[in-house]
Ligand binder design. Sequence first.
Ligand SMILES: [Zn+2]
Length: 264
Amino acid sequence: MGNMKKRPTGCQNPATELLNATGRAPVLLVCEHAAHFIPEVFDNLGLADKDLQSHVAWDPGALAVAKLIGASLDAKLVASKVSRLLYDCNRPPTSPGAIPVQSEAYGIPGNVGLSDEARAQRIRDYYEPFCDLLTVTLADDSNLQVLVTIHSFTPVYMGQNRAVELGVLHDEDSRLADEMLQILPGLCGLNVQRNQPYGPKDGVTHTLKLHGLGSGIHNVMLEIRNDLITTQDQQQQVASAITATLKQALDRLDTSQKFKAAAC
Ligand SMILES: [Zn+2]
């Protein structure tokens, strides 16, 4: 974990939460963009209420799907409780996207011209508790061999329609993604693609690298197009397909096998 200091982190705090804390599955689910909540003191970061309901502030539907998968698998779930506009927990503090001044076409006035102290405060208040909770959860349960992060994306980005419906994303360790890419299309009937609509080059694999590659456990990031998970029925359908795929993939993989980076 580099120089990140370990601090006592409860299961519940204002920034992050561990759901289904007694889950016994070997899978740890993660939802970095679960919430659009912004504490009152930030005055909506200068945005209108309707913008804070949109994908700009969070991943609509992602937490609902993650909870359903967690319930079927009996898996623990770590979720952020605040908007990614305050701090994007899937970005390292060094990334300009961690506290974005722009998201798609939206400027984020409350993030412009932050002082070093204000940035440091955001990192302390939102990123570190999230990161620490993930670290502690993985460390406390040696049964956890698989990390799965759940996201959603907007069907129209910068005016362009996106054909991909479900993205299976990975960084250097593609073991779980490879298996899922073989199984998932047949189970869900969706347009499933590798490293779409984002990939490692877009900086979206921070959690996978830090907590997956960092410990060698199997890891994958799933991106679901958010128009496919707006109703409870849709959420259940997609969650069922992902759950069944994960079960099959984990049957095929030796999950005790740690990933070792190829020598370069
Ligand atoms: Zn996301």
